[in-house]
Structure formats: C-alpha cells, structure tokens
Ligand binder design. Structure first.
Ligand code: GLY
Ligand code: MN
Ligand code: MN
Length: 444
C-alpha cells in the first residue's frame, strides 16, 4: 500500500458508510492566447492520489455492509496526437495500474458513472462552497439519480464538507512528508545562502532573486512555493513586496522571503542580511532583537503547547525590545504589559508569528480546537509543521529614533513538532549575525 492509498483508506474510514466523496483536481488556467499558467494540481487531490495530470477527478466510496471501500479515478484518455504536443498521459488503464485505483474511467464518462455511483448512496462529501463548477455538476448528477426514483433508486440526502476531514488529516505529516519537507527546506536554505554570497551593493533585487530561482531549480524543485520577496532597504517594510525591481544601495539590508516547492511540498524561509556583508550597529540591534524573539517563540514549539503561546512569546520579547531601543517611548508606557495590552507593538510588528506549512505554504488545519467550549487555541502535536517568523518593520514616524528608520527585518524558519520538542527543517539558511557575515565574507 502506498502512502496515497493508505490516506484514501483512512479517509474512507472516517466517512459515513456507503457515502461517496468527489474531489476534482485543479483546472488548467489560460494566461493568454495559447499559453497556460504553469499547471499545479490541487493539493488535496494530490494528497490522496499522487496523480498530477489535469482533467482528473477522484471518487471514493466508503465501505458499507459487505461492500469494501472503492477508489475510482476519472482521467484523460490516451491520445496519440495530443501526446505529441503536450506529453505523456497515463490514460485510465495506465493510471489504475500505476496508482492502485480500484477502477478508472475516461473523464468523458464522469456524468454517466456519477449517476451510477451516487445511486442509493446515503451521503456525499465534497468541498462545500468552493467551486461553482462542482456545485453545478453535483446538481446535474443528483438530478439524474432523483429521476430514477420511480424504480426505487434513492438519492443522497446529506452533503458533508470533504475538507473538514481532509484538512485535519493533512495537518499531520507522515515520515515521507517530513523527509520531503526537510529536503525542500534544505534546498531553500541553500538558496538563501547562495543569495547572500552573490549579493553586492548596487545589485538589483531581481538579480538576487535569480540566484534563488537558480538554486531551487538546479536541485529539482519544480517552482517557488509562492512569489519570492526580495526587498532592499525600505522595501522590506512593505510586507507583501514582490515587484523585486529596485536597486540596492550600500548599507541596505536585504529581506528575502522565498522557498521552493519540491514534489508538491512547500518551504517558506525568510532571512535578512546586509547587502554589503556587514551589519551596521542599528541594524544589528534590531536583528538581534528579532532573533531573540524567534528563539523565545521556538522554545514554545513542543507537544502540548498552545498554538498562540508561540506568538505571545515573540510579542513579549519584541515589545520589551521596542521599549529598550526607544522605538516605543518609555515615558508613554509603564511596562511591557502595557505595550502588549494596548497592542502598541503593532506599529512595528503587525503580522502573526507563523502558520501551518505543507502542500500549501499556508497549509490546511484548524488553529483552534473547534469542538471544545469557547474554541480555544489548539495544542501542538508531533507531526505538525509550522513556520516561526517574527519581524520588525520601522517606518519613519515622529518619536521613532531616526537610526532605525526604514529597517525591515524578518526571520522565518520551518519547524517540525517532534515527540521531544521540535526540529528546525531550514537550518541550511545562515541565521546568526556571525553566520551571515561569515557566509558573505569576501576575499580581501
Ligand atoms: N511567505 C509567506 C509567509 O511567510 O507567510
Ligand atoms: Mn510564512
Ligand atoms: Mn515567508
């Protein structure tokens, strides 16, 4: 049994007996005229199949009575002419054999087969409210089942949200996923190191971005997992900066938030370093502050800790640092608790400290225990992977010491929760002041 078929079996066990789950992969998207955007399959579909061809739908039927669970794939037919232009297709027979489905049909037969598969099924599972196209197809299929009512066929009477089951399964990474994520984070960490080594004052942000992309691709990563941020100087204070077209200046910090996608799994790493290889004193003060905040946050990453404790730990260190450095005036705030209570730290730290990471860069899974009274923040468990990414962003403002103006810093690592605590997957990216300056040291 592959990990994909094991996941299908586990999902079927969680479904109502005899219920039918329907999960299409992602559509192809046209960019213009004859060009499509690079194709990326749907993450949930991939999680259950390992199948990367567009035009595919997975249907699962949960076991009921003596009938075993079934996994049925619909996919494109083999087509000698199209394969000359677009490349290999498995076709239903090939896909059934290679991926271990119980049955496979051409995608053109989906409507006919769904009317058969849904007949007498008690319930359905699909991603509720996510796709108008799928909702319409469901309507068509259920309509054809209902039309058979006079011959005693019953239509499903309950529609469940498939993602409520799948999102939670995806939150816990198995050994194979953990190994892939370590590799994705290692390639990405090496790409950050390469960008540091290549950087020179006066380089354009896109030249540095090219170093990252080169390192991703030459190691077999298929894409960046998200649009890379390469932000020189004040651009680092724009949180979602992605144009990456400015020229760096001597004395600038460069903030890079970039990670690759390897075999469908994302890395998400941020490093901030001086373009000329040497931190200035004000840069170093704030950098060490963000590092200390990250260390405090990382200390919280272990089984049993409540998710929000990670952010709270980072905020406390940052808030204290804002008072110590004069970013926030001591005369105005009596203590770090006031800074936190009044959320004054949000002037310089306005985002969360992380998120789940996996097939998606902001991966699936609830952050709260939605079944408990009051829906409290949930406890960490082994197998979860998350980012820990505090930062500080100083825009010019009255009362803010000028030496810190335009400094933007974030440090982001990818972290696996283990039985003993945690493992940092992104250690290949230099992080301390000493490690960064060492990586960037030039020949005299
Ligand atoms: N790169 C996206 C994020 O850090 O959340
Ligand atoms: Mn992130
Ligand atoms: Mn990031």
């Amino acid at each position: 049994m592959t990990s994909f078929s094991a996941r299908r079996a586990r999902l079927c066990q969680r479904m109502a007996p005899g219920a039918v789950a329907i999960l299409p992969t992602a559509p192809e998207v046209s960019r213009n005229s004859d060009s499509d955007y690079p194709y990326r399959h749907d993450s949930c579909f991939y999680y259950l199949t390992g199948f990367t061809e567009p035009g595919s739908v997975l249907v699962l039927v949960a076991a009921h009575g003596s009938a075993p669970a079934q996994a049925v794939l619909f996919c494109r037919q083999k087509n000698a002419e199209r394969e000359v232009w677009d490349g290999f297709r498995h076709g239903p027979d090939g896909a059934k054999a290679a991926f271990g489905f119980d049955a496979a049909f051409p995608i053109d037969e989906l409507d006919t087969e769904m009317a058969r598969l849904l007949a007498n099924a008690p319930a359905t599972y699909h991603a509720l409210g996510h796709s108008a196209a799928l909702d319409l197809q469901m309507k068509t299929w259920l309509g054809s089942v209902r039309r058979q009512a006079r011959s005693g066929v019953t239509a499903p009477t309950v529609a469940h949200d498939l993602l409520a089951l799948l999102d939670e399964m995806r939150l816990f990474k198995d050994d194979g996923e953990q190994a892939l994520m370590l590799r994705a984070a290692t390639i990405s960490g090496q790409a950050h190191a390469r960008a540091m080594r290549a950087s020179r004052a006066g380089m354009f942000e896109y030249e540095i971005e090219a170093e990252l992309l080169h390192e991703f691709r030459r190691n077999g990563a298929q894409f960046p997992a998200y649009t890379p941020i390469v932000a020189a100087g004040a651009n680092a204070c724009v949180l979602h900066y992605t144009v990456n077209n400015a020229q760096s200046r001597d004395g600038d910090l460069i903030l890079i938030d970039a990670g690759c996608e390897l075999d469908s799994y994302a890395a998400d790493i941020t490093r901030t370093y001086p373009v000329n290889g040497r931190f200035t004193e004000p840069q170093k003060i704030l950098y060490e502050l963000v590092l200390a905040a990250q260390a405090a946050a990382l200390e919280q990453v272990r089984p049993g800790t409540i998710y929000t404790a990670i952010h709270d730990a980072a905020v406390r260190v940052l808030a204290q640092g804002m008072l110590d450095t004069g970013l926030l005036a001591k005369q105005k705030f009596g203590s770090v608790d006031d800074v936190i209570a009044e959320r004054a730290y949000q002037q310089f730290y306005m985002h969360g400290t992380g998120h789940w990471l996996g097939l998606d860069v902001h991966d699936t899974g609830a952050y709260r225990d939605v079944h408990a009274e009051g829906k409290p923040s949930r406890a960490l468990q082994p197998g979860m992977v998350l980012t820990v990414e505090p930062g500080i962003y100083v825009r010019p403002a009255q009362g803010v010491p000028e030496q810190f103006w335009h400094i933007g810093i974030r440090v982001e690592d990818d972290v696996l929760v283990t039985a003993a605590g945690h493992a940092i997957l992104s250690e290949a990216a230099p992080k301390t002041v000493a490690a960064i300056e060492q990586t960037m040291r030039r020949a005299p």
